[in-house]
Design a protein around this ligand. Sequence first.
Ligand code: NAP
Length: 247
Amino acid sequence: MKVLILGGTSEARELARICSDERGLDIVSSLAGRVANPRLPVGAVRIGGFGGVEGLRHWLTDNAIDAVVDATHPFAAQVTANAADAAALAGVPLLHVRRPAWRRQPGDLWTIVPDLAAAAKALTPHGERVLLTIGRQGVGAFADRADRHFVIRAIDAPSAPLPPRHKVLLARGPFSFDDELVLMSDHRIDVIVTKNSGGDQTEAKLAAARTAGVPVILIDRPPLPAGARSVENAADAMSWLTGLLPR
Ligand code: NAP
């Protein structure tokens, strides 16, 4: 059975790894090609966009794909929507893997907002120094906030437009609780802006913010497509795939 894994996450790499031991599953992982030096999954990998819904539909058909697992990041809403449409058109079963969202804990000073634009507005009541950990894309939503100083942490350097007062820190998680506390203290951070990505790789900043009493503006996740079938981890995706194998 040929399976396409839409990847770019630790869950997608984990799924490729556990599938590589399973006879009967022929896996190809797909990456968008956003990161200059990506962490590669085991097995076959293709890199780059498909060309929208039609491009993906053709790719599924041309490559005789039997099942698709969308294990992309919870904020990669476009490729997730495209996967839903293309898989339906091609008549191929599709499963989404979505790690659980982070949940508010006692002591958290969270403001939950629906998107990047709302996050930029929500800075107003907070202090001047902002830690921005939303990835490289989307920083432009903060370009007009000349009244704030941004510490922008991303894997690769963000491209313009950037807010006029900023410092870029290039780093790739996972990050430890202690390191996050030091970062917030060294840069005298007043507020953090981040996405509710979930997972343990980048969760330490929330625990550090709780400890340090630093408020967090948390961008809520986009919803999955209507009627989507989803699981929370690679092991459950693997069970779904093996359930599709002919007996
Ligand atoms: P997006 O906005 O949902 O997708 C934009 C376009 O990028 C898609 O229409 C598709 O192009 C292409 N694309 C995205 N993921 C792809 C994949 N795995 N394989 C092939 N093409 C892909 O996605 P994004 O938010 O830019 O994220 C890009 C990648 O980075 C995803 O694979 C995601 O898992 C990973 N990532 C994203 C975030 C985040 O915060 N958004 C964080 C960590 C990792 P075509 O229409 O041409 O097919």
